[in-house]
Design a protein. Sequence first.
Length: 232
Amino acid sequence: NTGSQTREFVGKANLPEGWLSITREFPFKLDAGKSEVRLVSFFLPQTAPAGTYEITYLVNDRKIPSIRDRDSVIVVVLPLVKLKVELLEAPEYIVAGENYQSHFIVINEGNVTVTVDLEIKSGNDYPATTEVMKFQLIPGELRSVAVNVKTDAKIHREIRHHLELTARILEPKYIDITSSAFSWVKIIPRVTNIEDPFHKIPVKIKLRGVMGENEENKQGFQSEISGRGTLD
């Protein structure tokens, strides 16, 4: 307060759109020639675009608004590149031979515009496609991706189909970031009991007879079991 009398002031921080003030401002009194330190805290959203921002703090007299002053600080927001893929929905099961869709969402959680490329991995070599494999996302934007899967009608046992969607950032090129999500869908055969319901592994069993040469003439045997094969 550079004046000659006590005055009541109120402060206000001018923040960019979307930024949130953490500290609340209350009127405060200052005697002539006195000073006070004011703490201004604010929160930047994760998707605040990279760049340079000017934060201005304005103080004015409550009764005479023309008595005022301001000062500014510069805040530099650095680029943040962050990508996320999530499974939105997928059927629990379908009948063999039918097509199904798994729905994913791709989210740009950074503060720069990115170009995204998609990669699909489908179990059992089932064909899997989506309409667009490459697109742009602005900061905070999300996009729904529907993946269409064509199944085989000739299976004779239930299987769990694994589908994985991976998103990779192509632009900006200075960073390599990927994110993935997957779904599991049960595929039920149209015809059952055609194949043996058991999964068999070849096994060998050996029995060896043993006879002692002492007076008691004891007898016995040894057994050996061995096998090799896949677990499923």
